[in-house]
Ligand binder design. Structure first.
Ligand code: PLP
Length: 394
């Protein structure tokens, strides 16, 4: 039965293998691909008896395969699937109460910032934004009322790296929970719970599903007690992932390892190519020797990921590049097999105060690229033709 999903797959030791094996033989038919249980409710065998499933908000066998799968990959006590990454973050924030204080990465995903600043602040949750790549800044921001540190690492869009073991250690000593948004790395490259964090959150819309075809969120927690609290909130709030979308995420996760290998390699080659271009003033890629977070990331992760941000000489050149790319799509989001480019200041981070944005380096010259799995020659050809004639836009 579905609860035993994966029990035959104990031979899988590596993350890429575990990811492929998610849901294999998950029900009595032995289906290799887990069935989509498209049902809202379940028949009770008798009064007071249950098959383990009663109603699909509370639990659905297809969603369960995904939830157990991500918990296995991240080495957690429980996994939870939501209708979006923001729904997952919202569910976690509901663990807190008015007066609680959070220390949060300053250049984090714009939607998380908006949620904290425009929604949870109204409910009395206080937030300090700091550069979490600097442990001193994190320690200075802690208050009596601090209950959690929310780190995104590498950050979006500047790819700053937080030392997750050091932050978790400091937090633990003070009874503070560490939450890591691991969207950019996935368990294939980085496993925050093994590094000391208590909770991991994902926009599964990105690398985990990997095909730009669904919106989903996941949470993994380290201990049973928190798992129970999160399960209660997931069922109470109800922003759960449907069976069809759960299946899409499972299907995407099977190729996580090969996709990320190729995407990371493409990202590295693109970053190196960009670093040699005349109108490019800075390249942000943690795999480059010039990146201040390279050493820390190498210690705590198995790779540098597939996101590259770069700054050009002026806004005109940035716009020219965006208007000229053909193979690379000018689109929000990231992590899928198709290479995408976006303009963070005007899209993903438009809700942040302009002066604050400029201070952090998310300016009108910064572009962010999510490397896909296309042939690198085609990607570089497209970028080359998009850069051609940039001098006319000075
Ligand atoms: C996209 C994203 C989110 C939000 O997820 P959705 O699935 O879009 O709701 C949260 N954190 C990071 C780092 C993201 O990239």
């Amino acid at each position: 039965m579905p609860e035993e999903a994966g029990t035959k797959n104990v031979a899988a030791k590596k993350i890429a293998t575990k990811a492929v094996q998610i849901g294999v033989g998950s029900d009595y038919t032995g289906a290799i691909s887990p069935p989509i249980y498209q049902t809202a409710t379940f028949r009770h065998p008798a009064l007071g008896e249950s098959t383990g499933y009663d109603y699909s908000r509370t639990g659905n066998p297809t969603r369960k395969v995904l939830e157990e799968g991500i918990a296995l990959l991240d080495d957690g006590a429980g996994g939870f699937a939501y209708s979006s990454g923001m729904a997952a973050v919202t569910n976690l924030l509901l663990l807190f109460r008015p007066g609680d204080h959070l220390v949060v990465t300053e250049d984090l995903y714009g939607g998380t910032y908006r949620l904290l600043d425009a929604v949870f602040r109204r409910f009395g949750i206080k937030t300090s934004y700091v550069d979490t790549s600097d442990i001193y800044q994190v320690s200075q921001a802690l208050r009596e009322t601090t209950v959690a540190i929310l780190v995104e690492s590498p950050t979006n869009p500047l790819l700053k790296v937080a030392d997750i073991p050091a932050i978790s250690r400091m937090a633990r000593e003070r009874g503070i929970v560490t939450i890591a948004d691991n969207t950019f790395m996935t368990p294939y490259l980085q496993r925050p719970l093994d590094l000391g964090a208590d909770i991991v959150v994902y926009s599964a819309t990105k690398y985990l599903s990997g095909h730009n075809d669904t919106v989903a969120g996941l949470v993994v927690v380290k201990d049973e007690e928190t798992a129970e609290r999160v399960a209660f909130l997931q069922n109470s709030v109800g922003a759960v992932l449907g069976p069809q979308d759960s299946w899409l995420v499972i299907r995407g996760m099977k190729t996580l390892g090969v996709r990320l290998d190729r995407q990371s390699e493409n990202a590295r080659l693109i970053a190196e190519w960009l670093a040699d271009r005349e109108p490019v003033t800075r390249v942000f890629y943690p795999g480059l020797d010039s990146h201040p977070g390279k050493k820390v990331l190498r210690k705590q992760a198995k790779g540098f990921g597939a996101m590259v941000s770069f700054e050009v000489i002026n806004r005109g050149v940035a716009e020219k590049i965006l208007n000229s790319i053909k193979l690379v799509s000018f689109a929000e989001s990231l992590g899928g097999v198709e290479t995408l480019m976006t303009f963070p200041a005007f899209q993903t981070h438009a809700d942040i105060d302009p002066a604050e944005r400029e201070r952090m380096g998310i300016n009108d010259r910064l572009l962010r690229l999510s490397a896909g799995i296309e042939d690198i020659d085609d990607l570089l050809d497209d970028l080359r033709q998009a850069f051609d004639g940039w001098e006319a836009h000075l």
